[in-house]
Design a protein around this ligand. Structure first.
Ligand code: DC
Length: 212
């Protein structure tokens, strides 16, 4: 069976999750937020008091931890961590976790297994088109100006103000783009869409239009 894979990558606040979810609905495919997986590992690391920079201990935990990421929730070793994985503690720690090559190998293995099991899907993250599924049917790289991205994130995370969100986005952009293991890059052959001036429906229409 040929698996239908749509890869959607881009920096924080580029609109990936909203767009990927809507594309999945339109195509009648399942959707996976791979950022939630890295956040789930970060949550488990913090819960166990492991130092996020201890690459060996974090790698071992990533291989052992049970993660169930669905559209509506994220279970970490059976515990509902859907809210905690979006909080500031996890958001601060997750860049170090996602830069750990052992964590990445394990997450990529699980992401490929997820597609195999479901026969396809819409997957969003930072390295889906470049590393996880370089042969995806369509690879999309979403971007937006840093001001627009900060405004979008601030609207989602009510406990933070715009300046804090903008600083956090800059810090994570730098960390995600400069790390040695699978940095955020535009995959070869990816459709690059700047969503700053586009509505969600507009972006989804472009993506679905290309596929039909
Ligand atoms: O999309 P997000 O902000 O929830 O992602 C959380 C972190 O995980 C972010 O710092 C980048 C990282 N990430 C990654 O390295 N690779 C992915 N495929 C998805 C997310």
């Amino acid at each position: 069976m040929v698996e239908r894979v749509i890869a959607i990558d881009g920096p924080a606040g580029s609109g990936k999750s909203t767009v990927a979810r809507a594309v999945a609905v339109r195509l009648n495919l399942e959707y996976l937020d791979t950022g939630a997986m890295y956040r789930g590992v970060a949550y488990a690391v913090l819960q166990r008091g492991i130092d996020p920079t201890d690459t060996v201990a974090v790698g071992a935990l990533a291989r052992a931890v049970s993660l169930e990421v669905t559209q509506s929730r994220c279970l970490v070793d059976g515990e509902d961590a859907s809210v905690s994985i979006r909080g500031s503690k996890v958001t601060q720690a997750v860049s170090a976790i996602a830069a750990n090559p052992q964590v990445r190998v394990e997450m990529v293995t699980r992401q490929r297994a997820w597609i195999k099991e479901l026969g396809g899907g819409v997957m969003e993250g930072r390295d889906i088109g470049s590393v996880v599924f370089p042969d995806a049917e369509l690879k999309v790289y979403l971007t937006a100006s840093s001001e627009v991205r900060a405004r979008r994130r601030a609207a989602e995370v009510s406990e933070l103000d715009l300046d804090e969100v903008a600083a956090d986005i800059r810090r994570r952009d730098d960390a995600d783009s400069s790390r040695a293991a699978s940095p955020l890059v535009t995959a070869d052959g990816a459709l690059v869409l700047d969503t700053s001036e586009l509505t969600v429906e507009g972006v989804v229409d472009v993506i679905v239009g290309i596929l039909s």
